[in-house]
Design a protein around this ligand. Structure first.
Ligand code: CMP
Length: 147
């Protein structure tokens, strides 16, 4: 059935002027963009968003990267949205993406395993959490909050 997932254009994607072509690819692939916000992370919000990675070796570098500029956050809607957005993004490592998935967004816009241009929820459960993180829980009638 119809699903929602969270898509984010990371600071390297926004500053590299990749936003328009990424949005074109999203719409051409049949997603609706239900919500969208331009915002930025600070250390606190980034650490909460990426809490599951807090023990990883790359965590400090990830927080520095994701807080360095604006991000564009979108709620995408379509049948099978979670898996289809991950497929359109391509592999986490943009260098690998350039070889194995040359038409993917990360192949076109990413630099390496960290600066990979875009984010997507990895499951329906993550999508629910991540959408609520940025846009609140609409079912409870809350208004948008900024992070
Ligand atoms: P993403 O998979 O969307 O969420 C975790 C992020 O951590 C990942 O994108 C990269 O931006 C970043 N990252 C940095 N180094 C690594 C690594 N070695 N493995 C996986 N993710 C990494």
């Amino acid at each position: 059935g119809k699903e929602r997932t969270l898509a984010m254009i990371k600071p390297d994607g926004v500053s590299g002027n990749h936003t328009e072509k990424i949005k074109e690819a999203i719409l051409e692939s049949g997603f609706g963009i239900a919500k969208e916000i331009v915002t930025s992370f600070n250390e606190d919000s980034a650490s909460r968003f990426y809490a599951e990675h807090s023990l990883k070796k790359f965590f400090v570098s990830l927080i520095k990267y994701i807080t360095r500029g604006q991000v564009l956050v979108m709620v995408l809607e379509k049948e099978n949205a979670v898996a289809d957005w991950r497929s359109l993004m391509g592999p986490t490592d943009a260098q690998e993406a350039k070889i194995s998935h040359p038409n993917s967004i990360r192949a076109m816009c990413g630099l390496n395993i960290e600066q990979n241009c875009v984010h997507g929820s990895d499951s329906l459960q993550s999508a629910r959490r991540e959408i609520a993180f940025f846009f609140g829980d609409m079912s409870s009638g809350s208004v948008n909050f900024s992070i």
